[in-house]
Design a protein. Structure first.
Ligand code: SF4
Ligand code: SF4
Length: 174
C-alpha cells in the first residue's frame, strides 16, 4: 500500500523542477513519485514483458488518447524514453485480472497529486494532461508532424522518422 500523503508531499516539493513537461524521464519520475511508485511501475513493466500485452498490441490506448504520434508502422512509441506520465501509468483492461489493484492505486495517487497541485496553485499540474501532446507542446508537434508526413510520403523510413522525433523531443527539453 502506497503512503499517499508522503507521495503527495514529495510530488509538491519537486514538481516545479520539471521544466519541459509533458516529456519526462525515468529519473524525473522517481523524483516526482517516490521509490514505492517506481517499484510498482517496474513490476507492471515486467508483467507486461512476460505477457507481451503491449508488445503484441496495436497500441489502441494511444489511438484512443488521440496521440499525434500514433502510427501503426512504429514498433513502439517514438518518444518512449520521454513519454508523458499518463502513458506510463495507463494499463488497460488486459492487466485487470492480475494487476488491477496496483493499476488502480497508481492512478489514484497520480490524480491525488494533480488535485493537490491544482489546489496549491501550481500551474505545472495542467502540463500532465497529455496526450494529445499539442496542447502542452504545440511547437514540438508542428515539427513532429512534418516528420510523420515525410514518412507517409515514403521519403524516410519508420526508423528514421522515429529517431528524428525522439531527437526533436530531446531538443524541446534542452
Ligand atoms: S495498455 Fe492495453 S491498449 Fe495500451 S498498448 Fe498496452 S495492451 Fe495495448
Ligand atoms: S506518447 Fe504516449 S500515447 Fe503517444 S505514442 Fe507514445 S505512448 Fe502512445
Amino acid at each position: 500500500m502506497v503512503d499517499k500523503d508522503k507521495t503527495i508531499r514529495q510530488y509538491l516539493e519537486n514538481v516545479r523542477q520539471l521544466k519541459r513537461l509533458p516529456f519526462i524521464t525515468d529519473d524525473e519520475m522517481r523524483l516526482l513519485f517516490s521509490e514505492e511508485i517506481a517499484g510498482m511501475m517496474e513490476e507492471l513493466s515486467h508483467y507486461d514483458l512476460e505477457t507481451r500485452f503491449c508488445g503484441d498490441c496495436q497500441k489502441r490506448c494511444c489511438l484512443v488518447a488521440k496521440c499525434e504520434l500514433y502510427d501503426t508502422r512504429f514498433q513502439m512509441c517514438p518518444i518512449y524514453e520521454l513519454r508523458p506520465v499518463v502513458c506510463r501509468m495507463h494499463y488497460c483492461h488486459l492487466f485487470q485480472a492480475e494487476k488491477g489493484a496496483m493499476v488502480e492505486e497508481i492512478s489514484d495517487v497520480f490524480f491525488a497529486c494533480l488535485m493537490a497541485a491544482e489546489a496549491a496553485g501550481i500551474p505545472h499540474a495542467r502540463l500532465f494532461d497529455s496526450p494529445p501532446i499539442a496542447r502542452c507542446a504545440p511547437g514540438f508537434i508542428v515539427e513532429a508532424e512534418k516528420v510523420l508526413q515525410r514518412m507517409k510520403n515514403g521519403e524516410i523510413t519508420t526508423e528514421e522518422a522515429s529517431g528524428l522525433i525522439l531527437t526533436q523531443a530531446r531538443v524541446y527539453r534542452s
